[in-house]
Design a protein around this ligand. Sequence first.
Ligand code: SF4
Length: 383
Amino acid sequence: MSQALGLHTHADVRGVEGIRILKVLTAAEAMEGQYSLEDILIWEDWLPGTAGSIHFDSGNGISISRLRDDAVVKPGDVIRLRPNASLVSVLYRRGSKANTLFATEQCNSDCIMCSQPPRNEDDSWRVDEVERTIELVDRDEIQLGMSGGEPTLLRDRLGHLIDVASRRLPETVLHILSNGRTLGDREFATQVAGRRLQHVVWAVPLYGDVADLHDEVVRAAGSFNETLDGLYQLGRLGARVELRVVLHKMTIGRLPQLASFIYRRLPFVEHVALMGLEPMGFAKRNRDQLWIDPADYTTQLQEAVFHLHNRGITTSIYNLPLCVLPTQLWPFAEQSISDWKNVYAKDCEGCVVMSRCAGFFASAGQAWRSRSVRPIINEGYAA
Ligand code: SF4
């Protein structure tokens, strides 16, 4: 199996006092002067015998050398260092399509397949870390994700982060993953979602066309109506909205009805993402209620995709390998799995479509793989 490119590695780290968020640059980039010298580390892999070392020597004396995995950190990245620790963590990776800022671990939902189970403890320090990271992201970055937990629970501080992004990254699209429940409050929605309309996409999960189903998945009574209220507020404001549907045993049965519901009731939605399950967190614990082989739901998936697509709603399939999909669905399938979670199986060797296939989550062992996985040996193959 291939290895995902991780976000953490260890190294010989020196001179760090207090938590530091820093930008790694080549010497040539550093000389452009876009960033304060206090905020940067200079990558010096050209020095004889120091391949993979990063060094900063203009005052605070921080240095990193002997990275255990020197593929993890590269020029352009934003990293976190802690005092007296060897861990180097990448918060932003230049060139990745999957950069996501983790704004809070707190959430007002308890979704049965949550890959990042919420924790109810004070983690307000994350807002400062996200703000600091935004300040150091490449100015020409196309898209930046923000997730949690539930970012809207940050209330005014979320608005502040949007403003920081607006000031530092005026062309970057911020992709905020939110359950939408708090956005039903008209005043709050106007205040937080009424800003930077064309540069923020609100990605909101919806799991059914009926309240009972959505509430059962979210494990919060009333959440269907609250999410719809939030979506209508976003629609009223003219905000950009993406809907996200996670595909599993509970949601598949009414997927075609949900597609019809989206077209009839939420026509302002600009994108619908139909997403294979990530086997992490609560999903692992609740496998019996959730697992269905994707090979067994291609009929419902096809019906939903073409219902939306034929009515002009942009539709994507995330996290599913091409070999389990009928070829008619291949144009909708995206390489959606973040690089630091993405692997290909031993079975994929020799597959001619690997370069455009989503592959698998690194957390997906054999028990989470479709029986239909097999290498495509020519483009005429039909699943
Ligand atoms: S065999 Fe090919 S299509 Fe199937 S998961 Fe591997 S790379 Fe993707």
